[in-house]
Design a protein around this ligand. Structure first.
Ligand SMILES: [Zn+2]
Length: 84
């Protein structure tokens, strides 16, 4: 497991009582690692980037395709001779 940065100790300290928790952030499920700092016992938590959160939804994908075709149209309006 990655060490969590402790604000109080100002360093990446050893963690105790580590556990993962699923929370909802901005309407999206996120995985958070919760632990206690082994030195000061301050509660720490850190978002875990999962492969799942890197993927885009079907809707987002379609929006990207629209943007891409708009860009393609813009590019097509110009000829190479128009380049400075
Ligand atoms: Zn600490």
């Amino acid at each position: 497991m990655d060490r969590i940065y402790c604000i109080k100790c100002r360093s990446h300290t050893e963690n105790v009582d580590e556990r993962e928790e699923q929370i909802t952030s901005k309407g999206k499920p996120r995985l958070v690692m919760k632990a206690l700092c082994a030195i000061c016992s301050k509660k720490e938590n850190k978002f875990i980037t999962t492969e799942k959160s890197k993927t885009v939804s079907q809707e987002e994908y379609e929006q990207l395709l629209v943007k891409l075709s708009e860009l393609q149209n813009t590019i097509n309006k110009f000829d190479e001779k128009d380049l400075k």
